[in-house]
Design a protein around this ligand. Structure first.
Ligand SMILES: NC(=O)c1ccc[n+]([C@@H]2O[C@H](COP(=O)([O-])OP(=O)(O)OC[C@H]3O[C@@H](n4cnc5c(N)ncnc54)[C@H](OP(=O)(O)O)[C@@H]3O)[C@@H](O)[C@H]2O)c1
Length: 301
C-alpha cells in the first residue's frame, strides 16, 4: 500500500493557499491552518505563537512544512510595523526552528517586491533592497530561511492572481470590483512594472520542485514582461468590455493617499534558475489571466 506523505500548511486560507490546497490534496495528507477560518478544511493556528505552532506541527508529524501566510497589505505593514515583523519575519523564524527540529524541508513564499526597481528585470541572484516594511519583513524572512534552514524552498512570487471574488485581495479583483460598481472610467497607473503570478501555476511548480528535491531559492513568476496598465487592458479585453470601459493612464502619484507605501517602479522577475534546471512550468501571464477569469469570474463574461 502506498502511504501518503504529509504536509503541514500554515496560513493557507488566502488566495495562494487555495491553490496549494487544491494542488496537493489527494496525493498528500494535509493539515491546513490559518487565523481566518474561511473554509471547512482549515483549523485555527496563529503561527506567531511559537509554542502552539511547534506543538501542532509536531503532533501532525509531517514530511514537509509549508509556511504560506503573511500580512500582504503594504499599507497595513507600514502602519502596523510590529505586527508586520511578528507575522512576516518572526513567525518565519518559528517555522525554521520547527522544520529543523523535525528534520523536514520548509517552504517559504517570498516576493518580487523585495527589489528596489533600479533595474528593469531581476533574476534569482540579484541583490534585494526592500523599500518598505512589508518588503523588508518578507526579505528578513527570506534571509533567515536561506541562512538557517537545513533544507528549504524559497519561492518568490510576483503580482498574485488567484482565489476569485472570495479571496483575491489584489489588482485583478480591485479592477473587477470597480467595474461591478458600474464605473465606466478606470484610472490605472502606467509607471509600475511587474510580473503576474497565477496561484495554480505557482503551486504546481512548487510541487515539481518538491518531487525533484531541487531545494534552494527560486524566482517563480509567469512568463512575459508587463506592467499594471497592460494587465488592466488585457483584463478589459478578456471581459469583452473594450468599448465600454475607458482606461485612463495615471502616475502612482494619483493614488498616493490610498497607496502611500513605497513601491518599486519595477519588480519584474525572470525565472532563471527554473529555466536552467529545465523545470519552469509557469505559463505566460496572458494565458493565465484568461484562465483565471474563465474559471473564477464566469458571471462577468
Ligand atoms: N498577494 C501577492 O501579490 C503576493 C505576492 C508575492 C508574494 N506573496 C506571498 O505569498 C504568500 C501568500 O499570500 P496571499 O496573497 O495568499 O495572501 P492572503 O490572501 O492574505 O493569505 C494569507 C493568509 O495568511 C493568514 N495569516 C495572517 N497572519 C497569520 C498568522 N499569524 N497565523 C496564521 N495565518 C495568518 C491570513 O489571514 P488574515 O486574512 O486574517 O490576515 C490569510 O488567510 C505570502 O507569504 C505573501 O507574502 C503574495
Amino acid at each position: 500500500m502506498n502511504i501518503k506523505k504529509k504536509i503541514y500548511m500554515a496560513g493557507v486560507g488566502g488566495m495562494l493557499g487555495e491553490a496549494f490546497y487544491k494542488q496537493f490534496l489527494g496525493e498528500y495528507e494535509l493539515r491546513c491552518t490559518d487565523i481566518d477560518l474561511n473554509e471547512d478544511w482549515l483549523e485555527y493556528l496563529d503561527f506567531r505563537n511559537y509554542e502552539k505552532y511547534l506543538a501542532d506541527v509536531k503532533e501532525f508529524n509531517p514530511d514537509f512544512l509549508f509556511h504560506i501566510g503573511a500580512h500582504t497589505s503594504l499599507e497595513y505593514c507600514e502602519i502596523n510595523e510590529n505586527d508586520a515583523y511578528n507575522t512576516n519575519t518572526l513567525a518565519v523564524e518559528n517555522a525554521v526552528y520547527i522544520a529543523n527540529s523535525l528534520n523536514i524541508p520548509l517552504l517559504y513564499i517570498s516576493t518580487a517586491g523585495i527589489f528596489d526597481g533600479t533595474k528593469d528585470i531581476y533574476d534569482d541572484w540579484d541583490t534585494p533592497n526592500p523599500l518598505g516594511h512589508y518588503a523588508r519583513s518578507k526579505y528578513a524572512g527570506e534571509l533567515f530561511v536561506t541562512q538557517n534552514c537545513q533544507r528549504f524552498l524559497v519561492c518568490r512570487a510576483g503580482w498574485m492572481m488567484g482565489g476569485g471574488p472570495k479571496k483575491d485581495k489584489k489588482f485583478v479583483q480591485k479592477i473587477i470590483a470597480q467595474i461591478k460598481e458600474g464605473k465606466k472610467e478606470l484610472y490605472v497607473v502606467d509607471d509600475k512594472l511587474g510580473t503576474p503570478t497565477y496561484t495554480h501555476d505557482f503551486a504546481k511548480n512548487v510541487k515539481l520542485l518538491i518531487e525533484k528535491e531541487y531545494w534552494g531559492l527560486y524566482n517563480m513568476v509567469c512568463s512575459g514582461i508587463t506592467g499594471r496598465f497592460e494587465v488592466a487592458e488585457e483584463l478589459i479585453n478578456i471581459l469583452g468590455l473594450k468599448n465600454v470601459i475607458k482606461l485612463i493612464p495615471v502616475t502612482s502619484d494619483y493614488f498616493k493617499e490610498a497607496y502611500f507605501a513605497n513601491r518599486p517602479p519595477s519588480e519584474r522577475l525572470i525565472d532563471k534558475k527554473l529555466d536552467l534546471r529545465k523545470i519552469n512550468i509557469m505559463r505566460d501571464w496572458k494565458i493565465c489571466l484568461k484562465e483565471y477569469i474563465h474559471d473564477y469570474y464566469k458571471e462577468y463574461l
